[in-house]
Design a protein around this ligand. Structure first.
Ligand code: SAM
Length: 288
């Protein structure tokens, strides 16, 4: 089987199987070898690694992963791609294809089975519409992860990296940075894909923290405060939390906590750092 990753070989495979792209699955296949090499290099994969690939498509990146890793499991939702993958990956014995929706896979038991519970590397060129649920699902379920190297929409990658004061800063920035260190390693233009997406893309590596940068008693509360602050970005933090469903604190309790932190009562949530959200959630928890 010829290596994929260039337009001619990709077109040949698509024709051979009479494949129709499915928009609902966010199918934009990579056709640029330099980008593929960059992703695999960013992920830092070695022969010791077990790699979980999400959405292998016709197996273009999977071929690269099989060359570098000890073992690869690739989860693909589109049943029409399964016979194609059997063909394009027939030369590799270290790959397993699962026909499933990644959001429904029990990744913890997959890792226990395939990698004896050791941390895995996740690599994906993600369908953009489910980027956030996939990443948050991986982090929040406390799956043992070493790093996640993903291609995402450029704006989403920038949001993951943003800090207070930037217009891109939001709940996704804080959630990602609580669990991992984000680093954008490449910007990828639309002409590297078939069909071309309407937006620019970026490769970002999220390296899981060994220990979270803040220690908190109630993660759920902190993330509820974060979501409430950014849902009503233009409101002050005190009003934002007061209007939010599921947050049981009065305006006065929030204002008192802010005062203890040395912050004015009219501060907006978008100016707070992760450390300050952690401090606020501890103060509210302990003083209510
Ligand atoms: N990795 C390939 C590449 O780089 O050329 C394909 C990337 S394409 C952007 C996204 C892939 O994810 C498609 O093959 C699509 O069918 C698959 N996909 C979409 N939603 C999925 C889901 N929920 N679970 C698993 N795979 C999914």
């Amino acid at each position: 089987m010829a290596t994929l990753g260039n337009p001619q070989n990709t077109i040949a495979i698509l024709k051979k199987y009479n494949f129709n792209f499915q928009k609902k699955f966010g199918q934009n296949f990579l056709i640029d070898t330099r980008v593929l090499e960059k992703i695999v290099h960013t992920a830092g994969i070695t022969k010791h690694d077990f790699v979980l690939e999400i959405g292998p498509g016709i197996g273009t990146m999977t071929q690269y992963l099989c060359e570098c890793a000890r073992a690869v499991t690739a989860v693909e939702i589109d049943k029409n791609l399964i016979p194609i993958l059997a063909d394009t990956l027939s030369a590799y014995e270290n790959v397993e294809i699962m026909h499933d929706d990644i959001l429904k896979v029990d990744i913890n038991s997959l890792i226990r089975e395939k990698n004896q519970g050791k941390p895995v590397k996740v690599v994906a060129n993600l369908p953009y519409y489910i980027t956030t649920p996939i990443i948050m699902g991986l982090f929040e379920s406390h799956v043992l992860i070493d790093s996640i190297t993903i291609m995402v929409q450029k704006e989403v990658a920038e949001r993951m990296q943003a800090g207070p004061g930037s217009k891109d800063y939001g709940a996704l920035s804080l959630a990602v940075q609580y669990y991992a260190r984000p680093e954008i390693t490449a910007n990828v233009p639309p002409n590297c894909f078939m069909p071309r997406p309407n937006v620019g893309s970026a490769v970002i590596r999220l390296t899981r923290h060994k220990e979270t940068p803040v220690q908190i008693s109630d993660e759920k509360l902190m993330f509820a405060l974060i979501r409430a602050s950014f849902n009503q970005r233009r409101k002050t933090l005190v009003n934002g939390l007061n209007n939010a469903a599921g947050i049981p604190y009065t305006k006065q309790q929030t204002a008192e906590a802010l005062e203890k932190m040395g912050l004015p009562s009219n501060v907006r949530g978008e100016t707070l750092t992760l450390q300050q959200f952690a401090q606020l959630s501890e103060l509210l928890l302990n003083n209510s």
